[in-house]
Design a protein around this ligand. Structure first.
Ligand SMILES: NC(=O)c1ccc[n+]([C@@H]2O[C@H](COP(=O)([O-])OP(=O)(O)OC[C@H]3O[C@@H](n4cnc5c(N)ncnc54)[C@H](O)[C@@H]3O)[C@@H](O)[C@H]2O)c1
Length: 333
């Protein structure tokens, strides 16, 4: 019923900001054509700049000899972008009143067998699909920035989504080097952003209360927990931290503190003063390099981390090995 991963030759990208451009770069590098639309004034130029800036890092991860890049076309309407597309990825701003009419228009002009994925970070698919004529082919496919390097994509459907659409979508994302995480229940924020939001809320409290600067808070991750997270997440890290009695010992030792609790459940008020502190302190951290230079530093470090993990056939390192095998097989090498 839906086009399979090998039949997907052209992907329409609707919205080419940070995330849409990342999707475009990921697809193009793996030989999939992209037809993009965004009404922003400099949208096409920005998209091409991001695609070009991403290339050097991706080449180090998926280096298949003689691989052909996909073709990038930028068009002037949603209709033109989707009418011949085999798969559609919507990445417009995270506002329901923008997403719903955009999705309705995509649905109106898309081929009947093309799946529509949305990059939403946490809006419920049942609401986003509520006015679609073909809601059964609508899935959430929530990626992570930079989309062209990070493998994770959370996949889930709404009340009217076919289970088959989620499975077909997951197959497609695997074929472009990703790790689909099938979210079992439809909840606000899905899995990953629930975790990230809890951390961010606490960061805002620490800055608001002048406990630490944004740099000091980043240091608390960079030199500690962050190094472990890429290897084994939080649960396995705590399992090891419990010693020979594992998680039971860890829970007995640190569980009581949860009752205090150390962390806040409510976010602080986003006052002008707090917003200014966050903006000023992070601007100070970012001084000395422009945005593209920071992105290249981040990308090169991500590549090195993933390559190190691939030596152990572990985590994201395992995915980049599989990706290379998939892209090589596609070329019949
Ligand atoms: N930034 C992140 O870290 C991140 C991570 C995962 C998912 N997301 C999700 O991805 C989506 C896009 O976020 P972003 O960070 O790329 O935002 P962004 O602001 O960088 O880009 C949004 C783009 O959509 C365009 N746009 C606005 N109205 C449009 C329309 N009607 N049709 C087509 N394009 C339109 C804008 O011109 C802009 O270029 C959101 O749903 C967001 O929640 C963001």
């Amino acid at each position: 019923m839906y086009l399979g991963k090998n039949e997907i030759k052209t992907v329409a990208i609707i919205g080419t900001g940070v995330i849409g451009a990342g999707w475009a770069a990921r697809c193009l590098h793996r030989g999939v054509d992209v037809c993009a639309y965004d009404p922003g004034a400099d949208a096409e130029a920005l998209l091409r700049e991001v695609v070009e800036n991403s290339e050097q890092a991706m080449e180090k991860i998926v280096d298949v000899p003689d691989a052909k890049k996909g073709k990038l076309t930028f068009v002037k309407s949603i209709k033109e972008a989707v009418e011949n597309a085999d798969y559609i990825q919507e990445s417009v701003p995270e506002v329901e009143t923008i997403k719903i009419p955009t999705l309705n228009e995509i649905d109106k002009y898309a081929k009947a067998n093309a799946i529509i994925g949305t990059s939403t970070s946490g809006l419920l698919p049942s609401r986003l699909q509520s006015e679609l004529k073909h809601p059964e082919r609508f899935v959430v496919a929530h990626p992570f920035n930079p989309v062209y390097l990070l493998p994770l994509v959370e996949v889930l459907g709404g009340e009217k989504t076919d289970k088959g659409a989620c499975d077909t979508a997951a197959d497609f994302y695997r074929s472009i080097g990703m790790k689909p995480l099938m979210v079992r229940k439809e909840i606000d924020g899905f899995v990953a952003d629930r975790l990230l939001e809890a951390l961010w809320r606490e960061i805002l409290h620490l800055v608001n209360d002048d406990v630490a600067t944004t740099q000091e808070i980043d240091d608390a991750i960079i030199y500690g927990a962050g190094l472990r997270w890429a290897i084994m997440g939080t649960n396995m890290t705590y399992y090891l931290a419990g010693g020979k009695n594992g998680m039971r010992h860890f829970m007995e030792q640190f569980g009581p503190a949860l009752k205090l609790p150390w962390a806040h459940v409510e976010a602080p008020e986003l006052t002008d003063e707090l917003i200014d502190k966050m903006v000023d302190q992070t601007a100070e951290q970012g001084a000395g390099k422009n945005l593209r230079e920071w992105e290249q530093l981040r990308d090169n470090c991500l590549v090195s981390i993933m390559k190190a993990l691939s030596e152990f056939d572990h985590g994201a390192g395992k995915i980049i090995k599989e990706d290379l095998a998939i892209q090589t097989e596609k070329l019949g090498l």
